[in-house]
Design a protein around this ligand. Structure first.
Ligand SMILES: *Cc1c(COP(=O)(O)O)cnc(C)c1O
Length: 229
């Protein structure tokens, strides 16, 4: 299957899942996850209609940025160390993986240098799995309060990664409940608009549970070959 066929099939599955959930397909953004793939493949996907791409490593954003067609929106979706913020701050439109106050402060500091306001999502470890990154739900209040002190950062919502094993729906439902709970509260510099959840194996379930952004890699680009990097 070509990238174009895969992309069309993913878009159709997104639309069907949205309709099943009584939602409009327009309300779900597809982030095409391009990690490990070269600029040629990314540019082909952009030619076929991809508008948002996701990378999990700051280094890959930095390496590929100048070779990828302009106009596409870059998302940083993987773990971000504070010392790497400076490499991506001018390149990405949304950081999905904010998981500490320390990181929020550094993003704010670097964004201010560029005269930019950086949009971020807070990553929540909703399943409580030890291997997963993200904050505990109980820490969310403290991070959202902190956002009020940071003029160059805006929290736009939440992100999660469901465990590979078992039924992801229960975690997605818990995540949606947390999202809705905090949507009702008001914090300066915070607006709960985006809920980033769902990958190749579970994006339809995520949409049925309320995802507004899905991050899909292998269903579009095929299996990743990590040895090529
Ligand atoms: C790799 C990755 C994805 C996409 O994974 P696929 O299973 O290939 O769709 C989504 N989110 C994050 C954070 C990732 O690192």
């Amino acid at each position: 299957m070509s990238i174009e066929e895969n992309l069309n099939s993913v878009k159709e599955r997104i639309a069907k899942a949205a309709v099943r959930a009584g939602r409009s397909p327009k309300d779900i953004s597809l982030i095409a996850v391009t990690k490990t793939h070269g600029a040629d493949m990314i540019n082909e996907a952009i030619d076929k209609g991809v508008s948002d791409i996701g990378e999990n490593k700051p280094q890959e954003v930095r390496d590929k940025f100048e070779y990828v067609k302009s106009g596409v929106k870059w998302h940083l979706i993987g773990h971000l160390q504070t010392n790497k913020v400076k490499y991506i701050i001018d390149k990405v439109c949304l950081i999905h993986s904010v998981d500490s106050i320390h990181l929020m402060e550094e993003i704010d500091r670097q964004a201010r240098k560029y005269g930019k306001i950086m949009d971020v999502l807070i990553q929540v470890n909703i399943s409580g799995e030890e291997s997963k990154s993200g904050i505990e739900p109980g820490e969310l209040d403290a991070l959202l309060k902190k956002a009020g002190e940071l003029d160059s950062l805006r929290v736009k919502g939440l992100m999660t990664i469901a465990p590979i094993e078992g039924d992801a729906s229960v975690h997605f439902k818990n995540m949606k409940a947390l999202f809705d709970e905090y949507k009702e509260k008001s914090y300066p510099h915070v607006s709960m608009e985006e809920l980033s959840m769902g990958m190749s194996g579970d994006f339809e379930k995520a949409i049925e549970c309320g995802a507004t952004m899905v991050r899909v890699g292998s269903a579009i680009f095929g299996k990743r070959d990590y040895t090529r990097r």
